[in-house]
Write a protein that binds this ligand. Structure first.
Ligand SMILES: Nc1ncnc2c1ncn2[C@@H]1O[C@H](COP(=O)(O)OP(=O)(O)OP(=O)(O)O)[C@@H](O)[C@H]1O
Length: 909
């Protein structure tokens, strides 16, 4: 058949081309002459073969055809069917590492190191790859071999011999004989001489995987080979052998673990491959798309993958790294391939994931409705990732040109104010158009990733007190970065003097905004590996001016929109701010399953982090109001109005009232009168009762005693209440009605029930006079003189006698003497001086302990595993020291109580 003849002819000539780089016999005309066929007929078949992917076409003059599979087999990297020139084809093939995803990212240094190792005269340098299973060691070794061929460092047919040392780990002799070969009679069964893998790899590469499994003897033999290029087969006594072998080692262990230091020192190029999860998100996404594309090509099918599935694959920690990711994708495709009907797509969604990948991440709802990404063997992955060229880029360039034109009019026809107004309007419009021109579904993942990172950058700037973080601005800047990332070729920087002039104008007039834009750009470039221009610097400066995100004083109420769904709240806030022409609204976008606690915490952080505002209005969507109320920190010195509605018209209505400088109380009252909506008003702490809490594990009676001691130390005019509370209720966060709308100043007791954000003062610290927590807690409420007065009274009222008297019904003097005796015995038996503060703790603790045991209420909660860690000798000593108490009060001290005493003596301080 003519078609086969044409193929055979082209294959022959392609081989000739590979060997000699000559292009004879590769044109349609030459083939038709060779086969004595009409040129038209040959051309028709050539085009068919091209469409079937068997040939590639070089559209130079004359047009050439080459056999694709043969080129691939000989190490050419073929990514297209049509090339403009042979140079383009060969250049691409020289870039062997372009096939390695991440070669321009996380593996960039690795690739540079490998290239240097290979090009090193005369025989290259040995190198070792450190990396977890599946991180790409074998793949990189094969690419290194290919690279060496393409660079003509080794011959076209030079071998790549691979040996996994782990397979022979239990038989080091066999491994050594395999590697170095052996002589006849070297060991039983060695009936004739056999050359080893070093000899087989002569002229090429030997890749030793899991090299840490090589015995120290073999490692030593190898390093002699590295040094001198000679080795001795097993059983050989006289002669050494030589070979020219380039060595690549790999191991999953870290370098110190198994390798001889003498050996590792011989390997100058040492390369660490990162774990998959530590690579950039963009790179992980590219790997996912790449492996699906590979499957699409192998199975000759189109694959439809849900965005959720991509999200899961993107965020799952694969212990087997890239290799495992590839296997999972292969498994999923194979599974669906079996079910595939003629010509239908393979549908890949999370329902078919293997059991070990459950539970799925809980933020899947952030992705919005399920959308599918379609991949075939023709898919351009860069475009799929949104990294292809885009017209929106020109939007930025166009805007910039307009700004330059306006700038040229500045001081002639335009005042500074008018110039700024016009430019800000244009910048706002462009930012809006970027935000509202939402990307397609496959790009949404990328946008979400960018959004997260931009947020981190903005939060960093906020921590440095430079900017305020608003979801709205995070979202706008993310969109900006997203569109900026779509450029593959950068438009040349304009050398226009107006650009420099404009930059200076901003530096002179808006230095803060300009500085912030510059800082932001540095961070963005770093985080996203993109290069941003002076134009970006200028546009972002205008954006910062316009969105008013610099930290400055303002007495306007702030409004926060909280809504479920990706960017729902941000979009509403953007609309509100734009239409009202002021930055009033900030936004929190929440996924559907965000817990009440998280919502509360976010809002509380936002409010407390916002140093410039004392009054807030929060608009929430259905069902979030109660939770927010619950989690707002009681110490806030602010007024918050919460409204359960987030429609656009409502956002505008509230915004109008804020612009009219209505107070939150008025806004909430107005809404209550005119709408049937759930609303809440949270008043500042100024108006709340200030409370000190006392508590004791032994019971409310003791807590009451401590309360009295405290009350004696606080003048009633100070307006500070003391409340005795049950320890166990506090521990279970059961704060109770009586503490609502109160400000808890501090908690004093014998053990910390750990209430969020409430400072705890151990009783013994009050006794020893070492406490400064109370002073700190009282500072915002009392003058220095009054605090000193309180401290003086506390020293008097919290003497050891008085405290022991209040924690036990027994005679305090006797108890103190008994504990004193215990402490001095402990000092002798443990041969250590017990510090003062530990002594105080022991007085309070043992006092309570005696009281508890008499009441038959010992603490039993000490964990068994912890108990097992305590040396038995400790129990023996304690039993002895405490036997007096056990006998006198007829009680038995359980091990768990001894456990707490152990903690006091050895852990607490
Ligand atoms: N950066 C990458 N780009 C494209 N494919 C990759 C990349 N890294 C690894 N792979 C693919 O992942 C699979 C696993 O990689 P490889 O076998 O090289 O890992 P390894 O580190 O040698 O694993 P092991 O230690 O388990 O032998 C291979 O099929 C390889 O082609």
């Amino acid at each position: 058949m003519l078609k086969n003849k044409i193929i055979a002819c082209i294959e022959q000539q392609t081989q000739h081309f590979i060997d000699t780089q000559e292009t004879i016999g590769l044109t349609a005309r030459e083939i038709s002459l060779e086969l004595s066929q009409k040129r038209n007929t040959v051309s028709k078949y050539l085009n068919q073969l091209l469409e079937q992917g068997k040939l590639i076409k070089i559209t130079s003059r004359p047009v050439l055809f080459l056999a694709k599979d043969l080129l691939l087999a000989c190490g050419y990297s073929i990514e297209r069917t049509v090339y403009e020139s042979l140079t383009q084809l060969t250049q691409q093939s020289e870039q062997v590492f372009s096939k390695l995803i991440g070669s321009e990212g996380s593996l960039r240094t690795a690739v540079q190191q490998i290239e240097s190792a290979i090009m090193y005269p005369d025989n290259g340098l040995p190198l070792i790859l450190f990396g977890a299973s599946g991180s790409g060691k074998s793949y990189i070794a094969s690419l290194a071999h290919q690279y060496a061929i393409n660079q003509h460092c080794i011959k076209q047919d030079a071998p790549l011999i691979i040996l996994n040392c782990a397979q022979y780990a239990n038989n080091p002799e066999l491994l050594s004989s395999l590697l170095f070969g052996y002589t006849k009679g070297a060991f039983t069964g060695a009936e004739e001489e056999k050359s080893g893998l070093l000899a087989a790899a002569d002229g090429g590469f030997l890749f030793l995987d899991e090299v840490h499994r090589l015995s120290p003897e073999s490692q030593e033999k190898l390093f002699i080979f590295i040094d001198k290029g000679v080795y001795t087969p097993l059983g050989e006594v006289k002669e050494t052998k030589t070979a020219h072998v380039r060595l690549i080692f790999a191991t999953t262990e870290n370098r110190e673990q198994f390798l001889l230091t003498t050996f590792i020192r011989r390997i100058p190029i040492q390369i660490e491959l990162p774990e998959l999860i530590d690579r950039r998100e963009k790179e992980r996404l590219e790997l996912i798309y790449h492996f699906f594309k590979e499957e699409a090509s192998i199975l000759n099918a189109t694959i439809s993958i849900s965005n959720r599935m991509i999200h899961v694959l993107l965020n799952y920690t694969f212990k087997g790294n890239v290799g495992e990711l590839k296997n999972i994708i292969k498994y999923l495709c194979a599974l669906q391939y079996r079910k595939k009907k003629n010509n239908s797509q393979l549908v890949i969604n999370t329902s078919i994931l293997p059991d070990e990948m459950y539970p799925l991440p809980d933020n899947l709802d952030l992705l919005g409705p399920v959308k599918n990404i379609i991949i075939s063997d023709q898919t351009n992955i860069l475009e799929l990732q949104g990294l292809g060229t885009s017209n929106d880029l020109s939007k930025i360039d166009k805007l910039f040109d307009e700004i330059i034109l306006l700038y040229k009019e500045l001081d002639h026809n335009l005042s500074k104010n008018d110039f700024l107004k016009k430019v800000l309007l244009k910048v706002d419009l462009m930012m809006d158009s970027l935000v509202f021109n939402q990307p397609n579904e496959s790009n949404r993942l990328l946008l979400q990733m960018i959004n997260r990172k931009v947020k981190t950058i903005m939060e960093f700037l906020e921590d440095e007190d430079r900017l305020k973080v608003f979801s709205t601005s995070v979202f706008s800047i993310s969109n900006y970065v997203f569109y900026r990332m779509q450029q593959t070729i950068l438009k040349e920087e304009s050398q226009d003097s107006s650009l420099l002039g404009l930059k200076n104008f901003l530096i002179n007039n808006y230095s803060d905004s300009y500085e912030n834009a510059r800082n932001m750009i540095l961070l963005l470039e770093n985080k996203f590996d993109i290069y941003l221009h002076s134009k970006d610097e200028i546009l972002l400066t205008f954006y910062i001016i316009s969105s008013n995100i610099l930290h400055q004083q303002s007495n306007q109420i702030k409004a926060l929109i909280l809504a479920h769904g990706f960017a729902t709240a941000s979009s509403l806030a953007n609309v509100g701010n734009r239409l009202l022409n002021q930055h009033i609204f900030d936004a929190f976008d929440m996924s559907l399953d965000t817990t009440a606690q998280e919502i509360g915490r976010n809002v509380d952080d936002y409010i407390r982090g916002n140093k410039i505002c004392q009054e807030f209005i929060i608009l929430v969507d259905m069902g979030s109001l109660q939770e927010i109320e619950k989690f707002i920190h009681p110490n806030n010195q602010i007024t918050i109005g919460i409204i359960n509605n987030v429609t656009t018209s409502f956002v505008l209505q509230v915004g109008q009232m804020i612009i009219s400088r209505e107070s939150p109380e008025t806004i909430i009252n107005h809404i209550q009168q005119h709408h049937t909506l759930d609303v809440k008003l949270h008043l500042p702490v100024k108006n709340q009762r200030k409370v000190l809490i006392t508590t004791c594990m032994t019971g409310i009676g003791t807590a009451n005693q401590i309360k009295h001691l405290l009350e004696e130390s606080l003048h009633p005019d100070y307006g500070i209440e003391v409340l005795a509370m049950d320890y166990h209720s506090l521990k279970h966060n059961n704060i109770g009605e009586q503490l609502q709308l109160t400000e808890i100043i501090a908690l004093i007791g014998t053990d910390n029930p750990k209430i969020n954000d409430v400072p705890y003062i151990p009783l013994e610290k009050l006794i020893s006079g070492e406490d400064d927590v109370l002073t700190e807690a009282l500072t915002p409420l009392l003058t220095i003189e009054k605090i000193e007065e309180v401290n003086r009274k506390i020293i008097k009222n919290f003497s050891l006698e008085k405290v022991i008297e209040s924690i036990t019904i027994l005679d305090s003097e006797t108890v103190i003497n008994e504990i004193e005796e215990i402490i001095s015995q402990l000092e002798i038996l443990f041969n250590r001086k017990i510090e003062n503060k530990i002594q105080m703790t022991l007085y309070v603790h043992i006092g309570c302990l005696i009281e508890r045991l008499i009441r038959n209420q010992p603490i039993l909660g000490y964990s068994q595993t912890q108990l097992e860690k305590i040396p038995p000798s400790f129990f023996e000593v304690m039993k002895k020291v405490l036997s007096g108490i056990e006998n006198k009060y007829s009680v038995t001290i359980p091990s768990s109580e001894l456990g707490y005493l152990y903690d006091i003596l050895y852990m607490y301080h």
